[in-house]
Write a protein that binds this ligand. Structure first.
Ligand SMILES: NC(=O)c1ccc[n+]([C@@H]2O[C@H](COP(=O)([O-])OP(=O)(O)OC[C@H]3O[C@@H](n4cnc5c(N)ncnc54)[C@H](O)[C@@H]3O)[C@@H](O)[C@H]2O)c1
Ligand SMILES: O=C(O)C(=O)C[C@@H](O)[C@H](O)[C@H](O)COP(=O)(O)O
Ligand SMILES: [Zn+2]
Length: 364
């Protein structure tokens, strides 16, 4: 097992990454509150891993309430916050309870937000089962749900007590979901880790084959990169926004297509291709660097084109991006591979050109 720490003073917590650790009561014992436990999961993950987690908790004399949501992005809704908190109330759960988020980023984001607001805050643990959740969403305390007018528009910064990532769970993860997680992995290389980007260029075959040592490197390195940024700027006063590379375009793609046509990582992949293009148009990166970025994203089996919707559809969602200041959209752009910059004064004509350059026109 490999462990690291998110350094946030009193809110610091461990990230444990290893095989078979879902079944290890000794890992859970120190992080459970004295009250009851509820597991929040989804209907794909429950048949696969719920029993194991239940047995682990049973060994600690806990008989968890199980809350199972329909799998998919549409579950990240305020209605489901009402549902989860209602079930906790009916079960008589008080402030001494612990929620366990067993699943991907959808479960992690909504369970984390439920923990943040239930009785003004209860303890929770992230037990990620997708690559994306292991390398990104389970770490850093961004929790929340979507609104029809924008992605993740209702939420809270609320840190978990621990992250327990059992890499055995990835054995059952479909390839498309695995590749979606790789988009966020590539993001770390692009924003502040040139060496990691080069490593990914050299080892993408092993990563796609899910070779054990490649997976350990990818998950451990991504968590370390993210934990360092979060430790320096927990509430996104400045620096943390670099973790949003590709998300201004990506969130607009997800929202404009009704949350479901593109997986989050797929939309972020297209968004990163667009951010690289915009960076090159503004002479921040060279064409050769843009080509390397495109090649790595494509080589990871990720999409690089968005559907051909009227640009106004995308721009409407980009305007409500949470990074906007005084109504001005801010982009995370690249000054080179491994160096991100937060930029407010991007000419609208350049944004439009980038959008149009990466739309998938129907050539039939
Ligand atoms: N909070 C953050 O910092 C943060 C960071 C990145 C992404 N996110 C959010 O995370 C969400 C995407 O997360 P995701 O990609 O994990 O999607 P997801 O939670 O929808 O999981 C993907 C799919 O895989 C299934 N699944 C999960 N684990 C499995 C396993 N081990 N075997 C087989 N199937 C499994 C799920 O049921 C689902 O159908 C988005 O809502 C995104 O906005 C949040
Ligand atoms: O942790 C962060 O900070 C991120 O931005 C990570 C992103 O990958 C993630 O998709 C996050 O949910 C986006 O947050 P938002 O504030 O842009 O909604
Ligand atoms: Zn993301």
């Amino acid at each position: 097992m490999h462990s690291l720490r998110v350094d946030l003073g009193q809110r610091s917590y461990p990230i444990h990454i290893g095989t078979g650790i879902l079944a290890d009561p000794a890992l859970f014992a120190p992080i459970l509150n004295k009250g009851p436990v509820a597991i929040v999961t989804d209907d794909n993950v429950a048949p696969l891993y719920l029993e194991t987690l239940q047995q682990t908790l049973k060994a600690l004399h806990k008989a968890p309430l199980v809350i199972t949501l329909p799998a998919g992005e549409a579950s990240k809704s305020l209605d489901n916050i009402q549902e989860i908190t209602g079930l906790l109330l009916n079960a008589g759960y008080g402030r001494d309870c612990t929620l366990c988020a067993l699943g991907g980023g959808v479960v992690g984001d909504i369970a984390g937000f439920a923990a943040a607001v239930y009785q003004r805050g209860v303890s929770y643990i992230q037990v990620p089962t997708t690559l994306l959740a292991m390398v990104d969403s389970s770490v850093g305390g961004k929790t929340g749900v979507n609104h029809p007018l924008g992605k993740n528009m209702i939420g809270a910064f609320y840190q978990p007590r621990a992250v327990i990532a059992d890499t055995d769970t990835l054995d059952s993860l479909p390839d498309r979901e695995f590749r979606s997680g790789l988009a966020e992995v590539i993001k770390y290389g692009l924003i502040n880790d040139q060496g990691f980007f080069s490593w990914l260029e050299d080892h993408m075959d092993a990563v796609l084959a899910r070779a054990a040592d490649a997976l350990v490197k990818v998950i451990g390195h991504s968590c370390k990169d993210k934990a360092e940024v979060v430790a320096r700027d927990e509430l996104e006063g400045g620096l943390r926004a670099i973790l949003n590379l590709g998300h201004t375009f990506g969130h607009a793609i997800e929202a404009a297509t009704g949350y479901g046509r593109y997986l989050h990582g797929e939309a972020v992949a297209i968004g990163m291709v667009m951010a690289a293009d915009l960076s090159r148009r503004l002479d921040l990166i060279r064409e050769s660097e843009q080509n390397r970025i495109y090649a790595l994203i494509k080589g990871a089996g990720l999409p690089t084109l968005a559907p051909a919707l009227p640009p106004a559809d995308y721009l409407r969602f980009m305007r409500v991006d949470k990074k906007a200041e005084s109504g001005q959209v801010r982009f995370i752009l690249l000054r080179g591979i491994g160096s991100a910059v937060i930029t407010g004064d991007v000419p609208p004509a350049a944004v439009l050109q980038t959008l149009q350059a990466f739309m998938e026109y129907d050539h039939a």
